[in-house]
Write a protein that binds this ligand. Structure first.
Ligand code: RNT
Ligand code: ZN
Length: 415
């Protein structure tokens, strides 16, 4: 049987449950994933060749890493060619593309013009992140919450400038640019004063956000974290801090799947958060024992996140971003695996007879609920996925790996 014949058989099987696979594929085509630029070069960027510092680290040295914006864009094009649908790219401030020598407190939209024209050419949207790490002004583990006003002012200026760039992206590309704020501020060991740094962070953020920007162009998100390398005992921007901050300041809350206690899951937070927040930003990641940012695989939590988004009709108010970085494998393949898995999990969630399952739950028929959700695990969702890939003109099944390997031999290994 070819891909289409398999699809037709799968379509019949899902139709028995009342699920219309053609409709599902139309819905899936509307889902945009914001693919993160930083998987392409291990969060190096082009501002300096400094070491990665500030609560994040990348391990591995697979050959062929992009070292110029041109190389990185070529790699991204290859990755997008392996992923069905039209998506977004998530940039970080250190990925500026300019010959000018500018520091983070001097960046302007013009330093990102080349990314914008490339995004237009590729039909991609853009998201953005100010970079509050890997910089000499990251002093004693602090940026916006620093006790030193000079340090705070440097980063406040950077934050303000990042907003202008995000606004420019949104205006140019005709789709909202989500600008996400994460900073690693914290102490390695137990602090005496947990309160004052948080107050400083709140005040710094308020200053950054003091100017109103057009929400059709850009929206801001704030990302919490339980701990980071070097900030194990105390991280200023915890979940509670940003729940309070985001909800009172009309910001999106960013939930990174790796930023919580090891048995705490973001999937269980989405329904609550959605009752109170205007929108959500997800950093889909995979923590292995800690915030390790492994490539996203089709594990239980990924499927649970997808089910929450689909069952609760949250796709419209959720911005789905990815956040992982593995330098031990082909970086283009890493993008392809993580992004395809995220889409595939959403498809799988869309293929459930949701109304029926909600009904049996309401009626207290927990036996049917369990029997059916278990049986659904064996349904032929991969046949639907493969057909979707074929229709979208991207490789079916494992065929994408050959393309990535050829690219590695022809391009990456020659760098
Ligand atoms: C770090 C945060 C943050 C970064 C990116 C590069 O723990 O998850 O989102 O990964 O800003
Ligand atoms: Zn993140």
């Amino acid at each position: 049987m070819n891909t289409e014949e398999r699809y037709i058989a799968a379509k019949e099987k899902y139709a028995e449950l009342g699920v219309d696979t053609d409709e599902v594929l139309k819905e899936l085509a509307k889902v945009k994933i914001s693919m993160h630029v930083w998987q392409g070069d291990d969060i190096q960027g082009f501002l300096n060749d400094g070491e990665l510092t500030g609560g994040i680290s990348v391990t591995g040295n697979h050959p062929g890493k992009a070292t110029t914006p041109e190389e990185l864009r070529k790699d991204l094009e290859k990755a997008y060619s392996l992923i069905p649908g039209k998506h977004k790219l998530n940039l970080h401030a250190v990925y500026l593309d300019t010959n000018e020598q500018v520091d983070l407190d001097e960046i302007e939209p013009k330093h990102f013009e080349k990314w914008v024209s490339w995004a237009k050419e590729q039909g991609l949207g853009l998201d953005f992140n100010p970079t509050f790490f890997s910089h000499p002004m990251f002093k004693d583990g602090f940026t916006l919450a620093s006790p030193d006003k000079k340090v705070r002012d440097f980063w406040i200026e950077h934050g303000k400038r990042s907003r202008k760039i995000a606004e420019y992206f949104g205006k140019e590309l005709g789709q909202v640019c989500v600008n996400n704020f994460w900073m690693p501020d914290g102490y390695k060991d137990n602090p005496i004063d947990r309160y004052t740094p948080r107050k400083r962070l709140m005040e710094s953020l308020d200053e950054i956000f003091s100017q109103e920007l057009n929400k059709e162009y850009t929206m801001e998100a704030v990302e919490s974290k339980l701990f980071g390398i070097g900030a194990e005992a105390y991280t200023v921007g915890t979940h509670e801090f940003y729940m309070g901050y985001g909800l009172t300041r009309d910001k999106l809350i960013c939930l990174d799947a790796g930023h919580f206690h090891p048995t705490e899951v973001v999937s269980n937070k989405l329904s609550s958060l959605s009752l109170f927040s205007k929108g959500i930003l997800l950093h889909v990641s995979r923590p292995v024992r800690w915030d390790s940012d492994h490539v996203v695989i089709m594990d239980d939590e990924l499927q649970e996140i997808a089910k929450e988004l689909v069952r609760n009709d949250l796709l419209g108010k959720t911005n789905i971003g990815l956040d992982f970085f593995d330098a031990t494998i082909n970086r283009v393949a890493a993008w392809a695996i993580g992004t395809r898995n995220t889409l595939k999990a959403i498809l799988k969630a869309m293929l459930e007879p949701i109304d029926y399952l909600k009904q049996v739950e309401l009626e207290g028929d927990f036996t049917t609920r369990l029997a059916m959700t278990e049986e659904l695990k064996d349904f032929p969702f991969a046949d639907v996925w493969n057909y979707y890939c074929e229709r979208q003109g991207v490789p079916v099944g494992l065929d994408w790996l050959k393309v990535a390997q050829e690219y590695e031999n022809d391009v990456l290994l020659k760098r």
